[in-house]
Write a protein that binds this ligand. Sequence first.
Ligand SMILES: NC(=O)c1ccc[n+]([C@@H]2O[C@H](COP(=O)([O-])OP(=O)(O)OC[C@H]3O[C@@H](n4cnc5c(N)ncnc54)[C@H](OP(=O)(O)O)[C@@H]3O)[C@@H](O)[C@H]2O)c1
Length: 334
Amino acid sequence: MTLKIVISGFGTVGQGVAEVLERKQDFIKRRFHRQVRIVAAFDSRSLAHDDGGLDPELLLERKSSSGMVGDPRPSDMCRFLRETEFDVLVEVSPTNIETGGDGLLFIREALNKGAHVITVNKGPLALHFRELNDLAKKKKVQLRFEGAVGGAMPIINLCKENFMGERILTIQGILNGTCNFILSRMDKGLPFGQALKEAQELGYAESDPSYDIDGIDSASKVAILANAVFDRDVTFSDVSVTGITAITEDAIALAGDQNMVIRLIGEVSPDKLEVAPRLIPKGHPLSLSGTLNMAQINTDLAGPITISGRGAGRIETASAIFSDLVAILEAERQ
Ligand SMILES: NC(=O)c1ccc[n+]([C@@H]2O[C@H](COP(=O)([O-])OP(=O)(O)OC[C@H]3O[C@@H](n4cnc5c(N)ncnc54)[C@H](OP(=O)(O)O)[C@@H]3O)[C@@H](O)[C@H]2O)c1
């Protein structure tokens, strides 16, 4: 039986998903005796749709040569989703942390029609987690979002599935690679502005970097972890947030004198939701330098567990989406 997929958003991550699905077709056939087919993919302006399945290579070629994945798309993509037959929506359109954006509407539409949703779009999850999760349960489908926190670092499924039954006491982590890169460069003596400029030149930071450096991205992830792992009902605005813009060279030097570094840490526990710069002893796992994400999970039985991985990237994020897809296929097999 074929599993029909729609990809909403065909940018960095959407294209990574198409590539990974192509690369993993044989594995899926071998393990699940099923075929996974992309039946539709759309971006901000265009749509490719074929109920019999689209060729991922052609989608990638067309997007790279024309900037469009298909023909001009209808303006009402919710209607398209309502009227199209598919099993899984992979929602990877841009994050909007104020309204949830179109991604929120697409996720609602897919769940309502009884399709599974895999997303890494933080806006809908940081703003409307409880509503979407309840809707998925009501419709008996899965809402999965491994890549929304930490990209390839498998934090959500580790906490929810591997540690099922354990009590998770706290999660502390470096949840934004851009901030960590900037702070690591400041450790080497660069002032904030210069470290930010370097991050922008290397493509780690956007031309408007406020989403990262003001701690908003990390705070969205803290809200998602609180809801998904601690079963809380919070939104992004419940998180206490301090970014990294006020960190001076003097503060970094003073920390260095005490054998410490400053890192932007997100912390989630049953009574804490915080993103703030913290002093971390050199040599501690959370003193990590560079663009990787890192998390320390404390549980009642296992004690501290530390994981790290690439928090962003086309194939890395698609790997998290693929792990969610495999979980859906596995559940359907039982
Ligand atoms: N990049 C990563 O490593 C990473 C990691 C974790 C999570 N995420 C999340 O994944 C999502 C996608 O990130 P990305 O890096 O792939 O972004 P991106 O490269 O900017 O791609 C976004 C895609 O969404 C399309 N789009 C824009 N508005 C749309 C709309 N209203 N409806 C449907 N499609 C729309 C864009 O269309 P056009 O191509 O026509 O502009 C583009 O194809 C974001 O929510 C991001 O926060 C990304």
